[in-house]
Design a binder for this molecule. Sequence first.
Ligand code: NHR
Ligand code: GAR
Length: 220
Amino acid sequence: MMRVVVLISGRGSNLASLFAATDRDGFPARVVAVISNRPAAQGLAIAAARGVPTDVLDHRQFAERGQFDTALAGVIDGFMPDLIVLAGFMRILGEGFVRRYEGRLINIHPSLLPAFPGLHTHRRALLEGVRIHGCTVHFVTADLDHGPVIIQAAVPVLDSDDEDTLAARVLAQEHVVYPQAVRWFAEGRLHLCAGRIVLDVPQDGASALIAPQIARCPPC
Ligand code: NHR
Ligand code: GAR
């Protein structure tokens, strides 16, 4: 069984989707701890309700980013994880932290990277007028939101969309692709090798999902 530590900052819906996946028979990983940088993160209760250990490391208690990173690494290492999953984790991590966990630290970002790195991705997608948006699971590197891409899901942008409706459509796909990426990693099918993705899954299109609402045909 692969050991997964999940880092969160808020709601925890991606955490919940990961729990739903690991509950299934034969899922080769389990969440051994959930760590938040925000004491009020709702995701902490989701973990606690399942008896999964939680910890809070409030970044505001640290004078410098490097001190927070070092303390965070100490807590993480206590759980001896094989994989660290950023799930709505909102603190930028320094180069030392990222190097320490190279190849076993992944993130989900709410855009089709390399488009819209950073914050407020849905607002920016609407402002730019893109017709396709989505989410990306990637290995974390020191280059913020630019690590090697593992899996993406695309959704249409509708004329009627606002930030909330677009975010919800993307989020539904996040809940599909993130557990898939964790499963591949836990099955030993996914590696980072010399900075590149090695993914041992049949190339039948399964590594790039298109949202079902694109494929659905209106009754005619
Ligand atoms: N760290 C590194 N080194 N590389 C990445 O790719 C990272 C990372 C840490 C977090 C998630 C990322 C996202 O998916 C992530 C990827 C936070 C910010 C940010 O600006 C940007 C990107 C991401 C997460 N955070 C502010 C900061 O000063 C704080 C914002 C807040 O607290 O609301 O750290 O989008
Ligand atoms: C998700 O949409 C995730 O992709 C995004 O925050 C949301 C967290 O939701 N992540 C980032 O923006 C990282 N900077 P959740 O807490 O319900 O999983």
